[in-house]
Design a protein around this ligand. Structure first.
Ligand SMILES: Cc1cc2nc3c(=O)[nH]c(=O)nc-3n(C[C@H](O)[C@H](O)[C@H](O)COP(=O)(O)O)c2cc1C
Length: 213
């Protein structure tokens, strides 16, 4: 795709681990989204350290600076690419905690406002046989609950330790094809949604009808 990027996506892994399989996977997804014409902010949750969510801390000090940075990135994007590990059948607490902090009301923005209508492509990798499929399945539910539009197709990577190598990352052609397809679909849907989005759909007012506590 030639020309200036017309939309921006935020991409991150739900792992802070240096040699994370999911970081390798999200790097491939981010490059593929750029090739499909998006600008991509590839971030590492380790660079945005957040305390475990605590309502008293929020009441006392407001949203922590890393949370404000993350929510601004998400709010100003057309969508997200997330690659999640699986921890005991679920996605990891570092990811849940970041999603929860970002969901908090702030200024004019109501609860979950910065997620409204964002298009989300999901991926997951694990050394196990299911390739984080269970975590991806609950993450789909989570993102939908936050008000995102989640692509029906996902990419899961079983036996990730056999596919991801250091420092080459992922070179397996079949995996690369699957990831590129998902990234392309995410960019295309995000572009369509961004084009049709009413100007105030991310505002507090826009979320008031959503029936959330
Ligand atoms: C607390 C914990 C629970 C785990 N539970 C699962 C699991 O349910 N299914 C699975 O496939 N792998 C599980 N694993 C293994 C992770 O998939 C593996 O550590 C993986 O490398 C984490 O992703 P990352 O490489 O992106 O950091 C678990 C690991 C930890 C630390």
């Amino acid at each position: 795709m030639s020309g200036e990027p017309d939309i921006r996506l935020v991409a991150f892994a739900g792992s802070t681990r240096e040699q994370s399989f999911n970081k390798a996977l999200i790097r491939v997804a981010a490059i593929a989204a750029e090739e499909a014409g998006a600008e991509v902010s590839l971030i590492d949750l380790r660079d945005h350290p957040l305390p475990i969510y605590d309502g008293d801390l929020e009441a006392r000090e407001g949203l922590p600076r890393p949370c404000l940075e993350l929510r601004e990135l998400v709010k100003s994007s057309a969508g997200l690419l997330i690659a999640t590990p699986e921890y005991n059948g679920f996605f990891p607490p570092v990811l849940k905690n970041a999603l929860d902090w970002i969901s908090r009301p702030h200024g004019e923005d109501g609860l979950c406002a910065c997620y409204a209508g964002k298009v989300v492509g999901l991926l997951g990798a694990s050394p196990g046989r299911l390739g984080a499929l269970r975590a991806v399945t609950v993450l789909r539910q989570q993102m939908a609950h936050l008000g995102c539009i989640v692509l029906p197709d996902v990419v899961t990577l079983p036996a990730a330790h056999e596919i991801v190598s250091d420092p080459a990352g992922i070179t397996d052609e079949r995996t690369l094809r699957r990831v590129r397809r998902l990234s392309r679909a995410t960019v295309e849907l995000a572009r369509r949604v961004a084009r049709d989005r009413p100007p105030d759909s991310g505002s507090a007012e826009g979320r008031e009808g959503a029936g959330r506590p």
